[in-house]
Design a binder for this molecule. Structure first.
Ligand SMILES: Nc1ncnc2c1ncn2[C@@H]1O[C@H](COP(=O)(O)OP(=O)(O)OP(=O)(O)O)[C@@H](O)[C@H]1O
Ligand SMILES: [Mg+2]
Length: 225
């Protein structure tokens, strides 16, 4: 078995005022090493909620989540933080670059946080994706597409085995969206599994498998080829 993500009977309830809202209901899901998975679903269906649980950004749920063979429910906070830092790269739904740092510094940030900052390695990553021209610029001086591509490279900085991307093409025109998708394809070809949320069927075509989330239920609509 080489599943790197295994989700069993995952349910998630939010409390909104006096109401309990069931956002995920008994979701079952797994990802194998190196697989590119896309998830579609209407706005508010719980896609970000699901990614946040798998990406260790939220630990309030019922059911079980196993990452890289370890059950999250039996892991301590320090162990989870370490797992998140070393093995998972997260690309957020909304612009998340730190405005007071250059693109190069932003891309190097995950390594800096781990005490292994290395601007030369971050620059090499930018070069590999043809983005060296923006390395010294600040986020406010680059385009939305460039920001999203820089955010992807930041997610790659610690060579994660799993890259989670929440609507990475959501705010981009078609040309920039294709560039971002090609970047993710490259990431995937280099060996990382990718879990991408999107609103867009065309974007989902880049994936090996496609899932739909709706009404709290997750359904696989295109299986492994
Ligand atoms: N922190 C929270 N507290 C209460 N309710 C929340 C919270 N976060 C999200 N929700 C609710 O949970 C549901 C799912 O939200 P989520 O952000 O996961 O949707 P989504 O599928 O990512 O939507 P979008 O496509 O618009 O990004 C929504 O109804 C939302 O209002
Ligand atoms: Mg969302």
């Amino acid at each position: 078995m080489n599943d790197i993500v295994e989700v069993r009977d995952l349910s998630k309830v939010y409390t909104q005022g006096h109401e309990q809202v069931l956002v995920l209901e008994n979701v079952n899901f797994e990802i194998r090493a190196g697989e590119f998975t896309a998830m579609l679903g209407p706005s508010g269906s719980g896609k970000s909620t699901f990614l946040n649980l798998i990406g260790l950004l939220d630990d309030c749920y019922s059911g079980s989540i196993t990452l890289f063979g370890s059950k999250l429910e039996s892991m301590g906070e320090a162990e989870k933080a370490e797992l998140r830092r070393r093995r998972i790269g997260f690309v957020f739904q909304f612009d998340s670059l730190l405005p007071e740092f250059t693109v190069l510094e932003n891309v190097d940030m995950p390594a800096r946080i781990a005490g292994r900052g290395d601007p030369a390695a971050a620059l090499a990553l930018l070069k590999r994706f043809g983005l060296e021209a923006i390395a010294r610029k600040f986020p406010m001086d680059i385009s939305g597409g460039e920001k999203q591509r820089a955010a992807i490279l930041r997610a790659l900085r610690n060579r994660p085995a799993l890259v989670i991307a929440d609507e990475p093409t959501g705010n981009l025109d078609r040309h920039n969206a294709v560039t971002v998708l090609e970047d993710l394809k490259k990431v995937n070809a280099a060996g990382a599994a990718v879990l991408m949320v999107t609103h867009n069927e065309e974007a989902a075509a880049y994936a090996d498998r496609v899932f739909h989330l709706s009404g709290g239920r997750l359904v696989e609509t295109r299986g492994r080829r």
